[in-house]
Design a protein around this ligand. Structure first.
Ligand SMILES: [Zn+2]
Length: 349
């Protein structure tokens, strides 16, 4: 399996996120990716390479022009307010909730931050844009390798993650939706029906919202029940898609404490939905924060279970692009993620 990894991911290194009234150290740290890359070097699954550049028009297939304009200039705008800002991360603190207008772009920087975000846990730093854009390039490059049939499967190893980012907003540690960009690349390359399977602990709200009204991309997510788990406001079972996308969204929310037996039964339901949909290619949002030792999540999967997850996904026998998402038990994240990939390779053999 080809791995395309982000050589500049460390340029995005947030200092703090807002949690219960305090600024606490970020959970989403550069070490996460380094552990996965080290594990892939210890247990090689195939070629490791860095991506080329991703053209802006490819990003515009998923993200709005005004959001990309904001994101690409946000750090410079932040520091232009006050040179001392270079020493702290930018975090939003005001949002246009129900009844406010989102169509008028404010001149005020804090107001723009709020317009294009949905939480105060996602710091924007000096290198965020560069790291996120190179990450998007990893996803597009991996998808092109699969779409061009030079690879049956590929892994986009990148951070910041992507599945919480919508067409015009960031949040949940995510800025550009790498999985959505991979799915669009597969569609543009000729696969008529593409599925995104999100196995991260958290609901892939960004991916769902991007494809919600489209019938050509099925989005399926297994996740902690949003009544108690982040991102709270999306991910319920009754969200089935709209318009042309009616029936092309499936949410499988699960309670805190879910073990592998119950989680795997939900994966079976997801796999059946993919088969019914007639998916010709697959993108997997690969978060391993379902791990029992994850510090911010509450499922109980063990490291060995991830081998079975990979085998189960391989059973779909689809051209597959894995995109790295969450997983915050930093010391174990490499073993757990590579277990999925190794299980997939063995299951596909
Ligand atoms: Zn997650």
């Amino acid at each position: 399996m080809l791995t395309v990894h982000n050589p500049v991911h460390h340029l995005h290194a947030g200092r703090h996120e807002m949690y219960r009234g305090r600024l606490v150290p970020c959970h989403e740290v550069p070490d996460r990716l380094d552990h996965v890359l080290a594990e892939l070097k210890r247990r090689p699954l195939g070629e490791l390479r860095e991506p080329g550049e991703v053209p802006m028009d490819v990003l515009r297939r998923i993200h709005s022009g005004r959001y990309l304009d904001f994101l690409s200039r946000a750090w410079d705008d932040w520091v232009a307010l006050d040179p001392a800002n270079a020493q702290v991360d930018a975090l939003p603190s005001v949002w246009p909730v129900r009844g406010f207008r989102a169509d008028v772009l404010p001149d005020n920087f804090a107001a723009r931050m709020g317009l294009f975000s949905f939480d105060a846990g996602t710091p924007l730093t000096a290198g965020t844009w560069q790291a996120a854009r190179a990450g998007a390039a990893c996803a597009v490059d991996a998808a092109q390798a699969v779409e061009g049939r030079t690879q049956r499967s590929a892994f986009a190893l990148t951070r910041p993650p992507g599945h919480h980012a919508g067409a015009d907003f960031f949040g949940g540690y995510c800025f550009l939706n790498n999985a959505a960009l991979a799915a669009q690349t597969l569609r543009d390359g000729g696969f008529e029906r593409v599925a995104v399977l999100d196995v991260d602990y958290h609901h892939g709200n960004g991916t769902q919202s991007i494809f919600y009204a489209r019938g050509d991309v099925l989005t399926v997510s297994l996740h902690g029940d949003p009544r108690t788990e982040y991102p709270f406001y999306l991910g319920h079972a009754d969200e089935r898609g709209s318009g042309d996308g009616e029936g092309a969204n499936l949410n499988l929310p699960l309670p805190r404490g879910t073990d592998f037996k119950r989680w795997r039964a939900a994966l079976d339901t997801a796999r059946e939905a993919l088969v019914r949909f007639g998916a010709q290619a697959l993108v997997v949002s690969l978060g391993v924060d379902t791990f029992e030792g994850d510090p911010i999540s509450s499922f109980a999967l063990g490291s060995a279970d991830y081998l079975q997850v990979g085998r189960d996904i391989a059973g779909l026998q689809l051209p597959t692009v894995f995109v790295f998402e969450g997983g915050y038990a930093v010391a174990e994240v490499g073993v757990n993620a590579v277990n999925v990939l190794e299980g997939f390779e063995k299951g596909a053999a």
